[in-house]
Design a protein around this ligand. Sequence first.
Ligand SMILES: Nc1ncnc2c1ncn2[C@@H]1O[C@H](COP(=O)(O)OP(=O)(O)OP(=O)(O)O)[C@@H](O)[C@H]1O
Ligand SMILES: O=P(O)(O)OC[C@H]1O[C@H](OP(=O)(O)OP(=O)(O)O)[C@H](O)[C@@H]1O
Length: 215
Amino acid sequence: MSQKLTLALSKGRIFEETLPLLKAAGIEVTEDPETSRKLILSTNDPLVNVIIVRASDVPTYVQYGAADFGVAGKDVLLEHGGEGLYQPIDLEIAKCRMSVAVSAGFDYASAIRQGARLRVATKYLLTAREHFAAKGMHVDLIKLYGSMELAPLVGLADAIVDLVSTGGTLRANNLVEVEHIMDISSRLVVNQAALKLKRERLQPILDAFERASIK
Ligand SMILES: Nc1ncnc2c1ncn2[C@@H]1O[C@H](COP(=O)(O)OP(=O)(O)OP(=O)(O)O)[C@@H](O)[C@H]1O
Ligand SMILES: O=P(O)(O)OC[C@H]1O[C@H](OP(=O)(O)OP(=O)(O)O)[C@H](O)[C@@H]1O
């Protein structure tokens, strides 16, 4: 019996950087999410569809089996918790790091030495909480959904926990990186039930992704 497969991707860098991996598996997406408003994209394989969701929603679609597999950043997976997901491959795409940053004039080291209770703005509450708890620091976390870099500039927070790649966004906003929390890259995530029920269809794709992502 032919089995349909649904892959969950987010627009932008994850979609773009997954395209070569899909190609290695013989799959070509025939529509462009940047120009189309469609959320279910077809491919050259009538049995494979790509759904376009927000980056932070990818694990949820896969967890509940609305998508059989997807691609999500480690940052997103740590916040989601990974329930119901099998994570077989680090695809080594969308690479960046998660860091603590502050305004250039803010003396983070002495604030810590003095035991100041810092306000930290972030989208990554769980990871940030764990990081500061491991350092024995008491912080007040402020949840934001984007543009974390603005928070220290307007007095909303003393520090941020955000993703950094080139450092260009920090520099443009007169912020400096004061702690490296972890390296981030994107993983392939597979619904655990789909892995069993659709293994015959999924395995060759996973193998092709793995081969194509080996640097
Ligand atoms: N500057 C960057 N360079 C490389 N990889 C990045 C960068 N920023 C984010 N990423 C990685 O790419 C993933 C997708 O990022 P993207 O900007 O597309 O979504 P987002 O805006 O963070 O998510 P959402 O729309 O859910 O808020 C992130 O989860 C992270 O793993
Ligand atoms: O160090 P850099 O190379 O400047 O990259 C860092 C920026 O990249 C990400 O934002 P993104 O570009 O994805 O914008 P978004 O958060 O609006 O999606 C991240 O949230 C930083 O703001």
